[in-house]
Design a protein around this ligand. Structure first.
Ligand code: G3I
Length: 341
């Protein structure tokens, strides 16, 4: 299957128009609220002023908790499913799709005018058992069938998909997952082509962690983007997960984002969290937010959860709201950085 340039152009125009429209609305909002500062009192509204989103990873089972859902709808303008759109959740048996959790999040987002990021179509982790036993062409067919089923179901409703997640090692080599060992190097581009066919309007991202500067892993991903562009493989964006701790070395964080942006892909901060507390934690959040705001093609930031109490690394208290949904020092640092841009 070859890339369709007309589809890709439409996606780019659609994305550009959305940002322009959001910036226009933000400008109207700034005029409307001049003097009250209301438009810049939440993370989502502040990010929207520069045409960006500020999102959170969400688990549908917590939405019944008032603090959780109120904080989500008041503070954020983008949602990503923390687990509900992954392969094990959406296709637990071959060809038997289950979209209940993801559909719930999409409906909530649409009700509140939020974007939805898609996470993630193909990953070595959280594969259902039936996939883990497949080899060769059967695994390839399962992968493309899964992408067609999930991206097709959500067609037109996802701003950007993490098509492939975490396919590289720290030294820049390919991770020796079942996908890599069974399918060889071509599986990543095959996944992107399948996603493009299933949802021509979604931006298509490669997403990874430990890419928080110019290093062997981020350079391998950079080289892959260059190669994809040269050969017409559809790719629109790169996600930087940004799981950090206090004292993180961010000396080349912005430079790294910028070198990808200079290739003509969007960059997104996709899973931000920072282990730590107080001003040390706030400093890291501020630096990441400023870096995104300084890069024109950094389209938004997603934090990997709302409250420390439900974080995957909860004992490190890495998020912007504590267990009682109280704003932390890091929250104010992020809000200030968004408003300063
Ligand atoms: O759903 C079951 C539940 O039925 C059961 O009672 C419970 C018992 O432990 O487990 C539940 O599943 C867990 C699921 O989170 C939902 O809480 C899984 O065991 C657990 O493995 C899973 O962890 C998720 C992890 O990805 C899996 O690798 C985390 O929530 C999620 O935050 C994390 O997210 C990843 C990104 O997708 C990719 N980047 C790294 C990031 C952090 O690991």
């Amino acid at each position: 299957m070859t890339d369709n340039p007309v589809r890709r152009l439409r996606r780019r125009i659609t994305a550009a128009a959305a940002v322009t429209a959001a910036a226009g609305l933000a400008a109207v909002g700034a005029l409307t609220f001049a003097g009250s500062a209301s438009a810049a009192d939440t993370l989502g509204a502040s990010a929207a002023e520069s045409g960006r989103y500020f999102g959170a990873a969400i688990a549908p089972n917590f939405l019944g908790e008032e603090g959780y859902s109120n904080t989500l709808t008041s503070e954020f303008n983008s949602i990503v499913a923390e687990n509900a759109m992954k392969w094990d959740a959406t296709e637990p048996s071959r060809g038997q799709f289950s979209f209940s959790g993801g559909d719930q999040l999409v409906a909530l987002a649409q009700e509140h005018g939020m974007e939805v990021r898609g996470h993630t179509l193909v990953w070595h982790a959280q594969q259902p058992g039936w996939v883990q036993g497949l080899a060769g062409q059967a695994l390839h067919d399962a992968m493309t069938g899964h992408i067609a089923g999930v991206a097709g179901h959500y067609q037109g409703q996802i701003s950007s998909w993490d098509v492939v997640n975490e396919a590289f090692e720290g030294d820049g080599s390919r991770r020796q997952s079942n996908l890599q060992t069974q399918l060889g190097d071509g599986w990543i581009e095959d996944a992107f082509r399948a996603a493009d066919a299933a949802d021509p309007d979604a931006k298509l991202c490669y997403n990874d962690y430990s890419t928080d500067g110019i290093n062997a892993k981020s350079t391998a991903i950079y080289d892959m983007v260059v190669d994809f562009q040269a050969r017409g493989v559809p790719i629109d964006c790169v996600g930087f997960q940004t799981h950090l701790s206090t004292g993180a070395d961010l000396s080349s964080y912005q430079e790294n984002l910028q070198r990808f942006a200079d290739l003509g892909v969007d960059v997104e901060i996709t899973e931000l969290d920072v282990g730590g507390s107080g001003s040390a934690q706030a400093d890291v959040y501020r630096a990441v937010t400023e870096a995104c705001m300084n890069v024109d093609r950094c389209t938004g930031i997603t934090v990997w959860g709302i409250t420390d109490k439900y974080s995957w690394r909860g004992e490190e208290t890495p998020l912007l709201f504590d267990g009682n949904y109280q704003k932390k020092e890091a929250y104010q640092a992020v809000l200030d950085a968004l408003n300063a841009a």
